[in-house]
Design a protein around this ligand. Structure first.
Ligand SMILES: [Zn+2]
Length: 235
């Protein structure tokens, strides 16, 4: 029987590498793309393109109530004390919610593996990306679902031991088309180059001495997103 997994696919580097890793290991993948407010169209489209390129079924789930902490409270004084030092990209209980959504599809499709793309850097900022959390939620889902009772239901993060740089290195080996990934936290047509997402991405490619294929495509005028927009504008 072919191995099956549900993958949380954002359109970023980590989940794209996780997708190609699963495919290289022979998994049949169903990808979940979670749409929360403020998620840019280019990132959503990146997830769709990555799914299309790998012939992966993609399910988009709208979760319109999920907001980042810096959107929930207008200034730091309003922010509850327990979230005072939270990373601005934090979405309250994000992975508790997302793993539960994935568990729904795991139960529906009879799949016993949920895959998240977290890397080792994530665990420094986000408690819900920790190994311990995945271990406990896997235990809870195994007890609390039919698929779990039958076969166990686990949440795994195969890249969690790798830094961003190591994830990019692995992705290059697996042939990930990085020009279809999106790391910028801003909803622009090209990366802003300033946000933490852009900086982490640039650092990873720089450390490997490799030019980012996305940057290269943009500077050569061959960026798929910009070309598509241009052709839409043309009569
Ligand atoms: Zn950016």
């Amino acid at each position: 029987m072919k191995k099956k997994a549900i993958l949380l696919l954002s359109g970023g580097i980590d989940s794209a590498v996780a997708l190609y890793l699963l495919k290289s290991r022979g998994y049949d993948v169903i990808a979940l793309s979670i749409n929360y407010p403020g998620r840019g169209e280019r990132e959503r489209e990146s997830a769709r393109e990555l799914a299309r390129l790998t012939n992966t079924k993609l399910i988009e789930v709208d979760l319109p109530f999920m907001r980042e902490v810096d959107e929930l409270w207008n200034n730091d004084d309003e922010r509850p004390s327990h979230l005072r030092n939270a990373h601005p990209s934090t979405i309250p209980a994000r992975n508790a919610i997302i793993y539960a959504v994935a568990a729904y599809y795991a139960e529906v499709f009879g799949i016993d593996t949920i895959v998240a793309g977290h890397n080792a850097d994530d665990t420094k900022y986000f408690p819900d990306t920790s190994r311990e959390f995945r271990r406990f939620i896997s235990r809870a889902l195994t007890i609390g679902t039919y698929i779990g009772r039958a076969r166990g239901l686990r949440v795994i993060a195969p890249l969690s031991g790798l830094s961003k740089t190591d994830v990019v290195r692995l992705g290059l080996k697996l042939g990930v088309p990085f020009e279809y990934t999106w790391s910028c936290h801003n909803n622009y047509d090209v990366p802003c180059g300033q946000c933490s997402g852009c900086l982490a991405r640039r650092r990873a490619f720089n450390e490997l001495g490799v030019k980012d294929p996305l940057e290269e495509a943009i500077s050569n005028g061959r960026d798929w997103w910009l070309l598509r927009k241009k052709s839409l504008i043309k009569p």
